[in-house]
Design a protein around this ligand. Structure first.
Ligand SMILES: Cc1ncc(C[n+]2csc(CCOP(=O)(O)OP(=O)(O)O)c2C)c(N)n1
Ligand code: SF4
Ligand code: SF4
Ligand code: SF4
Length: 1814
């Protein structure tokens, strides 16, 4: 054992001491003594591979003058095979590995040993994944390979790791037996220590060159051919195995000799087994141990000068020499404690224990009492105190009292194996200075400490140093601790953390750690020690105020301890200082100055000089400016003693109450309503998060049901760890927000969310003023408000949301977290608890998806991580029915680090993603296993359900309970929809669940079915249609897991979805190269730049043809969403590869703050193409490949310049980089050409000529793109549709172009058309003759800027001389028939204009699934149930509401019928001011019966059918279906006629049907309905399933509400015009009107509440309302609300009402009420206009607006005045004119008019004019 004092370290023949860690030490020898290394990253051994790779790149030479050939393999399995191959070919080869990696070596380890191939592999020993994954150290991996036939040598320290590497190398060459050299992962591999290095000359002196020669001569060679690895029969195999025995017998001799030679050359002496005893008499107890534990025991015994205990340290574990071992046990020893750092469940003892026991038996020492113990699993700290407790245990008088087996380091209160710990024990020499530093992940503390240790160690020869670092499992922004020790007197052998009360100096670089409920940072500090705190309190000049600030900040417990223990407290505002010098956040250097000043380890001046040198070295590559700033800052801190303040600790701190930190459950009371969660948080999470997890006893893990590594979901929401070094969070500027939710989509931490809230909820917020809301757009959100809120304590300040906001100006900006801090925190908590409302909206749009609560939130990923947004979206889309198999990688660390679980459950249902990780290499197989098992279980469930249903159907009604009948119904429904990939099955199960429970809980009439029910129940988890996801990083998918992944994708029946988050490197292990790393990038293991291009993995899977493949990026949110939906829908395997910006890529200049921009650059430059390959399209005879990013908009070098991984290579090796970048450039172009060819698809190949019509789209949400693609498919002159930005304006010159253009927000151009439009505007040259075009615009007519983008493009095209061949098409989202209505009309003109036939294909009809039921009649109650099911289905959500009154307003005989209808909507259907009520009408039953009788003899209104559509699952009569569901008496559309015509055989009749003239005429003359058309063209006679498909369903009609909820909460008043029209056959009524005019008080209506399209005014706002006819309704509501406000004493703004109707005498609606208000209130002005009173002088509303001043005064001159317009479509235009008149004061000056016009337009832009028109 090489310890100072006893080892002759300072011989003349050694290099100077060097501060290195264990990995470096082993790698340093290994590099020089090998030819090649086959590597693969795994913690904690990866740094060995990284070091040797870096040295090779620097052209360092091995002993033979060559560079080590370093080859990274795809897995350790691969590395093992390659190692074997290299060895057999005569190389000196090696590898570095650990843990799971070592397990993958096992088969080859047997081979290598069997073939007696000499090698030394180096293992940083680590735990194996079992119930959980641990990257930390123990001997589980090495002990598992002890049977492979390798010699195994253990190192105890960093010096050993270096020396043993050399000794093993010599011994293996001499013995031919392969060697495994191991040292403790992290404890030794990452501990920095000062060691003596062996020089090249010394190594050369040791190397047995003759043996190397022999090894080479034994190699495979055609010069002397031989054969290896033959198959052997039983006759010879055993003898061959036994033939190598002698070699094993000789190994020990070779080791001893190598150690002897090593001693001779270096002066350091080692033994295969080491004996230590520091007493003077004779020991009674011996402790047996391997690894760093030996050093702990040794230090303890030395300190105790123990008389009773000695130590036997095993260095040579294999071969095991029992004689050597037993001979070392003194005769006096009667008891042995054997310490294993591994656990073998179920074995009678661990490996070392077993070897010792058999040795004692065989050497005649069986009388010795033996106890086995376990310690230090997964890097549990092993300390002198534990050693002492082991000795105590062994010295118990009676052996029966000795605990055996035993454990140390934990409290095992279940099996009671653990030993109690005695008092703490400081075994270190007093000369050792101990220091602890608390840092914040990535703040540079750890790096600075590493530098400091080296600086100190190198300062003078005698200075000994040691450093050890700890981190939490967060990917960044977690805590770090650095444990440093220094001594100039003694060597430091102390492989354990600095212990409590032992440190001389503690520094806390993050002030949040000292707050209450955080860490006990000063527990390490000894009495009178120095404590340094970096805090903003230090910036306060007034000492008393400073103290107050400290008292406010620091936990009373810490303050009290400081005072009680006479600790010297120093503070400095390092953050403020660094900011002053333009180095925000870079505090590490100045904190180092404080350390040197207070610790006195070396003179301050010298330290500062050294620090400056470090600065130059570290920051030179960032430019002189940065170096200067750092040095200036350093000088400022050194020269100004006031920067560091010594705090006069007040006596009052002694009296502070120590225990006033709140327990966890109090702090999180709001969230902890589940007892199980509460207990888990209090007993497990709380101590772990305070870093007191070591103290949790075993029982607590069992009590919390964590056995087997199970963890409860959703715990990250409790952490609130404020992971935000920038101190900034986004602020929402709601005025500029269009509610697109792009910001929500991108947030990596789910820390920003949209909330849909009621007005009351907004008002009840803890800080209502700060709870900004705007009216939620979209009819789904009836009366609700939209609010964006940010969680200040979860936001990482990454800026991604701001960047993603498409508006100009942005509707989000970063602001200090301190602004409105409390309000923001409280309002977030409040909003977080509000009801989830995602189910109100279709989640298949980007906007809709983001209203779904993410079921993955607040993960531990780096700020701005590009992986997490994809996972979050997955949970939003499929979260309640998804199962995830996650390959080991970053996503398992941020996604599953105990006890932080970001995967959570829905508050509403308790359901959420089920997540599990197996390993790195087997994830695809693991996920497939899950899928196969679940499919199998589901098939069983289906059989059981079918059996049950069948049995129950055989029974008559009297034999079944009502519950059973109901359940059977539901089960039948489920059987029908069981394969529907949505939440439908889950919802159906929710309905069945109580029925199951009831049946199982009560005596059933059908006893026989009960066992069946129980069996079904036991598989109930299979009722939902699960979505299996297999996810992981590129390292998994491209490399180690590729074989498995390929196998899973290869089979069509594997309905699994794969998501690969491609960071283009192994991010989790620190950024090593994978096959996804592109050529030209430098990464670890490829520091010299990767030479090969990355594999196009998507294309590989496309070759199977049945795999859905997509390549996606966050740059195009709609495409990501579409790919996810398509992948899930695809019946077969899917594969999505997603570009994921990562901190390891070194994005410049702002790191991951630029994540969105980075993604855009990657796509725009073609670096990351976006595409989808959907096999389902083949079935529709369409090209399955769609290239979603066609055009290269940027040069690829513009992307490469943004990332360090490319830039660094350029700096280091410009010529290499140049070549690689050129290669990348040509790769990108070739790939895009190739993808473009695929996208042109077979349509292009079918036609020799190029397409003569170009189809282009501008699409924000994907709708315009979809319509354009459908058009391109249908049009024989076009091939494909492209985004406008994917072509140049020149490309359309001279040709025909068809545009599909959407408009977003207030008239903005969609993202993917902006560049094209810019080009168009910049163009001055006219288009060539023959350039022609047409535009289909898509928009929402409730916006002023309806189809604005389309209009702009059309205008520009015309200006540039292009010929418009079809008028602008207007697809209106707001229209009843939706976009399609306008589209169909437009298409009618398009086909003739292009001179092509309309698409020949038959309109697509999907028949409704319907079958005739054997039942002759259906019970009315069953009909009722079905109707309820229909109206309450997901798509409808209506309620049955009673009518309170239905009164005519205009007198009985007046020809127009205005009515007020009052409904008792009650509490169940609350409404907001300005809402509308939608009423579902139904047909007349008699008319329906009449129609059916006339239509067919095959069925009539009584016929019972089973149906699975329209949200109905079950049996229903056709009478009911045609009466309530189908709009049989609606006007037939052209589309309906086209569909009907497909069933017509008579060509003449068909022609008539398709003749639009016929439709118009028949409508006019007879008010043609669909029923009429079906009878008229009776011969077409579509069968029932088609009939049900082509007749549209009845749509509700919306009526504005005239009452105000503030005065009439439960009663809703409608103002309705019973509209009728005349045709030649007589008066016709609209369906709803017809129904309403007949409804009486007490009748019920099916209704649902809908948001009005206008955002109601606040009482104080000035308002101008203009309405005609029933358009008065919302104005009445606003007015009534104002009146209520006045009655409540509120101040109200002016209200001016302009109302118009036909005749004053009859149609002055609400006349008395309005005139009453006018008289009473001076703030109210009434203007009424009647158009038919005087035929010569028609007065309209707009006339009055134009003539009066109100508009100018209330709107133009008052900044917050609002205008509301309600009436028919003809109203807004003349009103706009009237506004301009009023605004310009009737001026005729064009300038004034233009000004007024602009003011009016601005009002629209700012949403100050709102309208509801029909
Ligand atoms: C057999 C095995 N070898 C190595 C490792 C170490 N390891 C864990 S995660 C990882 C890299 C993961 O990279 P990638 O799949 O790209 O995912 P990312 O971390 O980038 O998300 C490695 C090498 C392991 N866990 N198991
Ligand atoms: S700054 Fe980053 S973490 Fe914070 S809300 Fe925005 S996207 Fe989310
Ligand atoms: S407009 Fe900006 S702030 Fe508003 S939802 Fe969209 S991205 Fe978010
Ligand atoms: S993928 Fe990159 S950015 Fe994301 S957590 Fe891992 S290292 Fe951090």
């Amino acid at each position: 054992m090489a310890t100072k004092g006893e080892v002759q370290r300072k011989t003349s023949n050694v290099e100077k001491g060097k501060c290195v860690d264990g990995n470096w030490a082993a790698a340093h020898v290994s590099y020089r003594t090998n030819d090649s290394a086959f590597i693969f990253p795994i913690t904690p051994s990866s740094p060995m591979g990284e070091e040797v790779d870096a040295w090779a790149e620097q052209h360092k030479k091995n002993l033979w003058g060559q560079e080590l050939k370093v080859v990274e393999m795809q897995s350790e399995g691969g590395a093992a095979g390659a190692l074997h191959g290299a060895l057999v070919s005569g190389a000196l080869a090696t590898t570095y590995t650990a843990s799971q990696g070592l397990l993958l070596f096992i088969p080859n380890m047997y081979k290598i040993a069997g073939e007696l191939l000499p090698t030394v592999i180096h293992v940083a020993s680590r735990a194996l994944a079992g119930q959980g994954l641990s990257i930390y150290g123990d001997h589980s991996d090495t002990m598992l390979v002890r049977g492979c036939g390798w010699s195994m040598m253990s190192s105890f320290s960093v010096q050993d790791a270096h020396d043993m590497a050399a000794i093993c190398q010599v011994a293996t060459l001499n013995s031919r037996v392969p060697f495994l050299h191991f040292f403790d992962g992290f404890r030794t591999s990452h501990e920095v220590n000062k060691i003596q290095l062996i020089s090249d000359e010394q190594l050369l002196e040791l190397m047995p060159f003759d043996k190397i020669e022999e090894h080479r001569q034994r190699a495979l060679s055609p010069m002397h051919p031989s054969q290896r690895g033959t198959a052997q029969a039983p006759d010879v195999f055993m003898q061959m195995v036994e033939s190598s025995n002698q070699y094993y017998a000789d190994v020990e001799g070779h080791i001893v000799k190598a150690m002897g030679d090593f001693h001779r050359v270096t002066g350091r002496k080692y033994e295969p087994i080491e004996y230590r005893y520091y007493g003077t008499t004779a020991p009674r107890v011996a402790l047996i141990c391997m690894g760093s534990g030996v050093a702990v025991i040794d230090s303890t015994l030395k300190h105790l000068k123990s008389e009773s205990a000695c130590l036997i340290g095993i260095r040579m574990f294999r071969p095991w020499n029992r004689k050597r071992f037993c001979d070392l046990i003194p005769k006096s020893v009667t008891r042995l404690a054997i310490l294993d750092r591994t656990r073998e469940g179920g074995a009678q003892g661990e490996p070392l224990y077993l070897d010792v026991c058999t040795s004692l038996m065989q050497e005649g020492r069986g009388s010795i009492f033996v106890a086995g113990g376990r310690y230090g699993l997964g890097s549990k700290d092993f300390t002198p105190r534990m050693v002492s407790s082991i000795i105590q245990n062994m010295l118990r008088k009676d052996t029966n009292d000795v605990q055996r087996p035993f454990t140390v380091g934990i409290t095992d209160d279940v099996t009671n194996l653990s030993l109690p710990l005695g008092r703490s024990l400081n075994v270190l020499d007093p000369s050792v200075t101990q220091c602890v530093f608390w840092g914040f992940g990535s703040d540079g503390t750890v790096g600075a400490n590493k530098e400091a240790v080296k600086m100190i160690g190198n300062y003078h020869e005698d200075m000994e140093v040691q450093a050890y670092f700890e981190y939490d499992s967060k990917k960044s922004s977690g805590w770090t601790t650095s444990h440093l020790r220094f001594s100039s007197d003694v060597s430091i052998q102390a492989p354990w953390r600095v212990e409590e009360n032992a440190a001389d100096y503690v520094a806390c670089h993050n002030e949040s750690y000292v707050q209450a409920n955080k860490f006990d940072v000063i527990k390490y500090l000894k009495r009178r020690g120095n404590f340094f705190l970096n805090t903003t309190a230090a910036a306060i000049d007034d000492p008393e105020k400073r103290l107050e600030a400290l008292e406010h900040l620091v936990s009373p417990k810490i303050l009290r301890n400081i005072a009680m223990r006479n600790i010297s407290l120093y503070i400095m505002d390092a953050v403020g200082l660094s900011r002053k010098f333009g180095l925000a956040g870079r505090i590490n250097m100045i904190c180092q100055v404080v350390f040197f000043r207070l610790s006195n380890v070396i003179p301050l001046d010298d330290a500062v000089a050294l620090l400056k040198a470090t600065i130059v070295k570290a920051y030179s590559h960032k430019g002189d400016d940065i170096v200067k700033k750092n040095i200036d800052l350093l000088d400022a801190v050194v020269s100004d003693p006031n920067t560091l303040i010594k705090v006069e600790v007040p006596a009052r701190w002694k009296k502070l109450h120590e225990h006033n930190d709140k327990p966890y459950e109090d702090r999180h009371n709001r969230l902890l309503d589940d007892e199980k969660v509460r207990k888990f948080m209090a007993e497990i999470v709380d101590p772990v998060s305070r870093l007191e997890g070591d103290d949790i006893p075993v029982s607590k893990f069992l009590e919390n049901h964590l056995l087997g590594g199970v963890m409860i979901p959703g715990t990250t929401k409790f952490e609130k760890r404020n992971p935000n070094p920038s101190g900034k969070i986004p602020k929402w500027n709601f005025d500029d927000c269009t509610q697109c939710n792009a910001c929500i989509f991108i947030c990596p931490h789910a820390a920003i969310r949209p909330f849909v809230v009621t007005k009351d909820e907004a008002l009840n917020a803890p800080f209502p003023k700060e709870f900004d809301t705007i009216k939620a757009t979209g009819a789904e959100f009836g009366g609700k408000k939209y609010a964006i809120r940010v969680s200040p304590l979860d936001c990482t300040g990454c800026n991604a949301c701001v960047e993603a906001c498409p508006e100009t100006p942005k509707a989000l900006e970063m602001q200090s977290i301190e602004t409105n801090k409390e309000a923001n925190e409280k309002n977030w908590e409040y909003a977080y608890d509000l009801p989830e409302r995602g189910d109100l909206i279709d989640k298949k749009t980007v906007r809709g998806s983001q209203f779904q609560t993410p079921l993955m939130e607040f993960s531990g990923a780096c700020s701005g991580c590009g992986e997490t947004p994809y996972f979050k979206l997955l949970t939003q889309m499929f979260g309640e029915r998804m199962v995830i198999a996650n390959a080991t990688g970053c996503s398992t660390i941020w996604g599953g680090s105990f006890p932080s679980n970001p995967y959570t459950v829905s508050k509403k249902t308790g359901r959420g993603p089920a997540w599990a990780n197996s390993l790195f290499e087997d994830n695809a197989e693991y996920g497939l296993g899950m899928f196969v098992a679940m499919r199998h279980r589901r098939e069983r469930l289906i059989t059981l359900v079918e059996d049950y249903v069948h049995r129950m159907e055989l029974k008559d009604a009297s034999q079944k309970t009502e519950t059973e009948s109901k359940l059977v119904h539901y089960l039948m429904d489920w059987l029908e929809i069981k394969n529907d990939k949505s939440d439908k099955c889950t919802h159906l199960f929710d309905k069945m669940k109580p029925l199951f429970e009831k049946i199982m809980g009560e005596d059933s009439t059908t006893g026989v079915a009960i066992p069946l029910i129980n069996r079904i129940w036991s598989d109930r988890d299979m009722f939902p249609k699960l979505s299996q996801w297999i996810v992981g990083g590129d390292g998994w998918a491209y490399d180690i897991g590729f074989g498995g992944l390929d196998h899973v994708e290869a089979f069509e029946s594997n309905d699994v979805n794969v998501l690969v988050v491609d960071t283009e490197m192994y991010s989790n292990t620190g950024g090593q190269c994978s096959k996804a790393t592109p050529a030209g990038a430098s990464a670890k293991f490829a520091v010299g730049g990767k030479q090969q291009r990355k594999k196009s993995i998507g294309e590989i899977f496309m070759t199977y043809e049945h795999v859905y493949v997509a390549s996606v990026s966050l740059a195009n949110q709609a495409q990501v969403l579409q790919a996810f939906i398509e992948a899930d829908k695809h019946d077969g395997p899917s594969f999505i590869v997603a570009y994921s910006p990562c901190v390891q890529q070194g994005i410049r200049p702002r790191g991951l703050d630029d994540m969105v921009e980075e993604s855009r650059f990657a796509v725009d430059s073609g670096y990351w193409p976006l595409y989808r390959y959907n096999p389902e399209m083949i079935l529709e005879s369409k090209n399955p490949f769609i290239l979603d990013s066609k055009k290269l908009r940027k040069d690829v070098t513009s992307f490469l310049q943004r990332e360090s991984r490319f830039i660094n290579l350029r700096k280091k090796h410009p010529e290499v980089a140049e070549g690689l970048i050129m290669k990348m450039n040509s790769d990108v172009h070739n790939r895009m050409d190739h993808l473009n060819q695929l996208a042109s698809g077979y349509k292009a190949f079918d036609h020799e000529d190029d397409a003569s019509v170009k189809v282009l789209f501008a699409s924000e949400t994907g709708t315009a793109a979809r319509l354009a693609r459908d058009f391109a498919d249908a049009c024989v002159l076009s091939h494909v549709a492209d985004a406008m930005d994917d072509v140049d304006v020149d490309d359309i010159d001279g040709g025909t172009t068809v545009f599909f253009i959407a408009t977003c927000g207030q008239g903005a151009m969609p993202q993917n058309a902006k560049a094209f439009y810019k080009q168009l505007c910049a163009r001055t040259d006219k288009f060539k003759e023959g350039t022609q075009f047409m535009v289909m615009g898509l928009g929402d007519s409730s916006y002023y800027f309806f189809c604005e983008s389309a209009k702009l493009v059309e205008k520009k095209m015309i200006e540039l001389g292009a010929n418009k061949i079809v008028d602008l098409g207007l697809g209106d989202d707001f229209a009843e028939e939706g976009l399609e209505g306008g589209l169909h009309d437009w298409l009618d003109d398009v086909w003739p204009a292009l001179d092509v036939p309309p698409p020949a294909e038959v309109p697509h009809i999907t028949p409704v699934k319907v079958e005739y039921s054997p039942k002759a009649i259906i019970k009315p109650s069953d009909e009722e149930r079905v109707l309820h099911m229909y109206y309450q289905s997901d798509d409808i959500h209506a309620k049955s509401i009673p009518i309170l009154s239905n009164e005519k307003m205009c007198g009985e005989d007046y020809d127009r019928d205005f009515r007020t209808i009052r409904l008792n909507t009650g509490e169940e259907m609350p409404y907001e001011l300005g809402d509308a009520l939608e009423i579902f009408p139904h047909n007349d039953q008699d008319k329906v019966a009449e129609f059916l009788h006339e239509y067919t003899h095959d069925f009539d209104e009584r016929t019972v059918v089973k149906i699975h559509d329209f949200g109905i699952e079950g049996e229903v009569s056709l009478g009911t279906l045609f009466t309530y569901v189908l709009d049989l008496f609606g006007k037939p559309s052209k589309h309906f006629m086209q569909q009907l015509a497909t069933f017509e055989t008579d060509e003449e009749e068909k022609k008539t049907m398709l003749d639009i003239g016929f439709l118009v005429k028949a409508g006019k003359e007879a008010g043609l309905t669909m029923a009429d058309a079906l009878i008229r063209f009776k011969k077409a006679h579509p069968p029932l399933p088609v009939l049900l498909a082509i007749i549209p369903t009845i749509k509700p009609r919306a009526y504005s509400i005239a009452s105000a909820p503030s005065t009439s909460k439960n009663i809703t008043e409608l103002l309705v015009l019973i509209d009728s029209w005349w045709c030649e056959a007589g008066t016709r009524y609209g369906l709803t009107c017809d129904m309403l005019r007949q409804k009486l008080c007490g009748d019920h209506l099916w209704c649902r509440m809908k948001a009005g399209s206008m955002d109601p005014p606040e009482p104080g706002q000035p308002v101008l309302c203009a309405g005609i006819g029933s358009g008065l309704a919302p104005h009445m509501a606003f007015l009534r609300d104002k009146v209520r406000a006045v009655q409540n004493g509120e101040k109200v703004g002016k209200f001016s009402l302009y109302f118009g109707n036909r005749k004053k005498a009859h149609e002055y609606l609400y006349q008395a009420e309005l005139e009453g208000y006018e008289k009473k209130y001076d703030w109210f002005t009434l203007h009424a206009a009647f158009s038919r009173d005087d035929p010569k002088k028609k007065v309209y509303v707009q006339d009055l607006v134009g003539k009066t001043d109100d508009a100018r005064l209330l709107l133009h001159d008052t900044p917050d005045g609002m205008m509301y317009v309600c009436g028919n479509r003809n109203l807004p235009k003349p009103l706009q004119k009237a506004l301009v008149q009023s605004f310009s004061k009737w001026s005729e000056d064009p300038k004034e008019i233009e000004k007024a016009n602009n003011a009016m337009e601005q009002m629209y832009v700012k949403n100050r004019i709102q309208q509801e028109v029909w």
